[in-house]
Design a protein around this ligand. Structure first.
Ligand code: PLP
Length: 428
């Protein structure tokens, strides 16, 4: 090892890698700066940085890890698969088993194509929707994030939101000319130019915004009325908010789903799927081209199968109970020092807004972030050994490895952090 401290790694990283990070959300820029911790290893609910400092980790790879780090079942599956060869360019059994697992849990998802990231899943779902409908317009909602492909990199969400980039440089106007960005939680009136409506059924990239009653049902109705396809981007919610994801839990069935994060068990896997008649538009049987050298990779699918197999109904209930306790505890200790919050939960996901009213869309989420309290709370928690995501628009991801003791400890620690934040606010 040539470097030993976080600072040494970061100093070298910024020379070699833009901003020192390979995904902008990992930088500390949107929480007022600082040196990110470089993770040497993770175990269960914890990560350890290169200096040996231990953090209770609520980032969990932004939701890719649901069982906690280095879960023995997942690790064993990875090792076993790796020993049998890592990639072939021919179909492998695990692709079939992962597709079976996913489609069996998600009613209406009849066929699936695996890829290697959530970005690829949403990009490809749009292409097949456009191919199927022979239309070009798409509708997305302000504050929803659907990966970084050109057509979808407009109207914020996640890192784009945190860095206050309404769009990205390098995306030509033509690439987003057919993308309409509308406010979340309002059912639009569509017309017959619309190929697809893509939505996070529970928005988890503008912090956490639940769909209001009737919103998703309204989208379903409008799509049916004009012959557009409804796409649920379940890259975060899929197999996170429950056994069958958000569509099953909320009782609204889209035409297409996008998955990622949890389904890879910590390795790069994405997937899109849905109605058979739509999915059969894909090459080699249909005219819509989509491909990937490492798509359905045998090691990644082995990890995904192991992770999904470990998540039964009981596991989701357990996870959800802990998330609820954490939300209540955080709200209580912050209220005790006079800091107003709204801490929504949806299944095992938690949001945190430093504002005392319900947040229904991106406008309101931005207004909550403008309080500027999150960065203070983030650093106060990190200092005490609790890692939250370094951005106001990310959710909190407890994993199945977070024990009751971990949750209680977090609340305890949050009391101290809240006190520090309150003092610093009073000092301003
Ligand atoms: C993370 C995310 C994506 C992008 O997935 P990547 O694997 O980062 O490309 C897409 N949609 C949603 C809802 C996400 O949270």
């Amino acid at each position: 090892m040539r470097y030993s401290t976080n600072q040494e790694y970061f100093d070298r990283a910024v020379e070699l890698i833009p901003g020192g990070v390979n995904s902008p959300v990992r930088a500390f820029k949107s929480v007022g700066g600082g040196t990110p911790y470089f993770v040497a290893r993770g175990q269960g609910a914890y990560v350890y940085d290169v200096e040996g400092k231990k953090y209770l980790d609520y980032v969990q790879s932004y939701g890719a890890s649901i069982l906690g780090h280095a879960h023995p079942g997942v690790t064993a599956a990875i090792v076993e698969a790796a020993q049998a060869g890592s990639t072939f360019g021919a179909p492998t059994p695990n692709e079939v088993y992962l597709a079976e697992l996913i489609t069996s849990r998600v009613p209406g998802c009849e066929m699936l194509r695996l890829c290697s990231s959530g970005t690829e899943a949403t990009m490809s779902a749009l292409r097949v929707a456009r191919g199927f409908t022979s239309r070009s317009k798409i509708v997305k909602f302000d504050g929803c994030y659907h990966g970084h492909s050109d057509a979808l990199l407009t109207g914020g969400g996640s890192g784009v939101a945190a860095l206050s980039l309404p769009d990205s440089a390098g995306v030509p106007h033509g690439a987003v000319a057919d993308t309409m960005v509308l406010p979340y939680n309002e059912v639009p009136i569509l017309n017959e130019s619309v190929a697809a409506v893509i939505v996070e059924p529970v928005a988890a990239n503008m912090n956490l915004v639940e769909p209001e009653p009737g919103f998703l049902e309204g989208l379903r109705r409008e799509c049916d009325r004009v012959g557009a396809l409804l796409i649920f981007d379940e890259v975060i919610t899929g197999f996170r908010v429950g056994y069958g994801g958000a569509s099953l839990r909320l009782g609204v069935r889209p035409d297409l789903w996008c998955f990622g994060k949890v389904i890879g068990g910590g390795l790069p896997v994405g997937a899109f799927g849905g109605r058979k008649d739509v999915m059969e538009q894909l090459a080699p049987i249909g005219p819509v081209y989509q491909a990937g050298t490492l798509a359905g990779n045998p090691i990644a699918t082995a990890a995904g199968i192991a992770a999904l197999s470990a998540m039964d109904e009981a596991a989701y209930l357990k996870l959800e109970g802990r998330a609820k306790a954490l939300a209540d505890g955080l709200a209580k200790v912050l209220a005790e020092v006079g800091i107003a919050t709204t801490i929504p939960t949806f299944g095992p996901l938690l949001g945190i807004y430093f504002i005392d009213s319900k947040v229904r869309n991106y406008q309101e989420s931005k207004a909550a972030a403008a309080s500027g309290i999150y960065p203070l709370f983030f650093h106060a928690m990190l200092k005490r050994g609790v890692a939250l995501a370094p951005g106001s628009y990310e959710v909190i991801f407890p994993s199945l490895a977070h024990s009751w003791e971990d949750i209680e400890w977090t609340i305890d620690i949050a009391g101290g952090a809240a006190g520090e934040v309150a003092e610093s606010l009073a000092g301003h």
